[in-house]
Design a protein around this ligand. Structure first.
Ligand SMILES: C[S@@+](CC[C@H](N)C(=O)[O-])C[C@H]1O[C@@H](n2cnc3c(N)ncnc32)[C@H](O)[C@@H]1O
Length: 237
C-alpha cells in the first residue's frame, strides 16, 4: 500500500532529514522562507503544524512566541520534533487522512501544512478537518510541489488525473524511493474553494540568495521554473 511505503521511507530517513533540513537548500532557502512569510501575527497565535516532520517549522514559530501543536504519521519524526523543541509545543503521531478527533473545533488561528499534502491521495477530508479546527477567519498556509513541475518531472501524460508517482531521493542518505500523488492545478485549488476557504495569496516562490552559493544549478533552474507553490487560504466565517 502506498501510504505504508511513504511511512517507511520517512521512518528510514528521519534522522538524516532532521539533520540536513537545517541548511538543505530546497527546505531552508526555498520552502521555509516563502511559506513562513505567509504566516502573519505569529506572537501568541495558536498554530497547528500538520505533518510537522522533525519540528523545524515548529521551532521557528515557537521562537516567535506561537503556541504550537504538531502531528505527523511518522513516530520517528515526532520523537525528533519533541527532542528539537525540548518540551515546548505538543507533538503526537497522527495521519493527515484520518479525522483529527483529538483537536477541538475552532481552536487554531493558523494551520500550516508544509510539503506534505502530495502524500494524500484525496484531500477532501483533510481540508474539511483544517476548516473545522480553524477559528473563523483563521488562515491555512500550505506548501506543495508545483503541479506543473510535477507534470513535467514525472513525465505525466494525464494532466487531469490524480496519479500515484514515485521517484528516488538521494539527498537524505542512501537512495530511497519516495511515493506521492500528483494532481492538476484545479485539484490543488478546488478542495480549498469547495470546503469553506478563499485563496488570499498564491506564491510561486523564488530561492533566496543563500541557495545560490550552496547549489547554483538548482538556483538557476528555480529562477526559471518553480518547483513548489505556497498558498494562504482564509477560512470563511
Ligand atoms: C517533506 S516532509 C515535511 C516535514 C515538515 N512539514 C517540513 O516541512 O519540515 C513530509 C512529512 O509528511 C509526513 N507525512 C506524509 N504523509 C503523511 C500523512 N498521511 N499524515 C501525516 N504525516 C504525513 C512525513 O512523515 C514527513 O514527516
Amino acid at each position: 500500500m502506498i501510504k505504508q511505503k511513504i511511512l517507511s521511507a520517512y521512518e528510514e530517513m528521519a534522522e538524516k532529514y532532521n539533520a540536513l533540513i537545517e541548511h538543505k537548500p530546497h527546505n531552508a532557502y526555498y520552502d521555509r522562507p516563502n511559506t513562513l512569510e505567509l504566516i502573519t501575527n505569529v506572537k501568541g497565535a495558536s498554530i497547528l503544524d500538520a505533518a510537522c516532520g522533525p519540528g523545524k517549522y515548529a521551532e521557528l514559530l515557537l521562537a516567535q512566541g506561537a503556541n504550537v501543536t504538531g502531528f505527523d504519521m511518522s513516530p520517528k519524526m515526532i520523537q525528533l520534533a519533541r527532542q528539537r523543541n525540548n518540551e515546548r509545543g505538543t507533538f503526537f503521531v497522527h495521519d493527515l487522512s484520518n479525522p483529527f478527533d483529538m483537536l477541538n473545533n475552532e481552536s487554531f488561528d493558523t494551520v500550516l501544512c508544509a510539503l506534505a499534502l502530495h502524500y494524500v491521495e484525496d484531500w477532501t477530508l483533510t481540508i474539511k478537518e483544517f476548516y473545522r479546527v480553524l477559528k473563523p477567519n483563521g488562515t491555512l498556509v500550505i506548501s506543495i510541489e508545483h503541479p506543473f513541475f510535477e507534470f513535467n518531472y514525472f513525465k505525466s501524460t494525464k494532466y487531469f488525473e490524480v496519479e500515484a508517482v514515485k521517484c528516488t531521493w538521494s539527498g537524505f542518505g542512501k537512495p530511497i524511493e519516495v511515493n506521492s500523488f500528483r494532481r492538476p492545478l484545479s485539484g490543488c485549488l478546488l478542495p480549498l474553494a469547495e470546503n469553506g476557504f478563499y485563496i488570499d495569496k498564491l506564491v510561486e516562490p523564488k530561492p533566496t540568495k543563500e541557495f545560490e552559493h550552496l547549489d547554483p544549478k538548482h538556483f538557476k533552474e528555480l529562477n526559471d521554473f518553480p518547483a513548489f507553490m505556497c498558498i494562504r487560504a482564509v477560512r470563511r466565517s
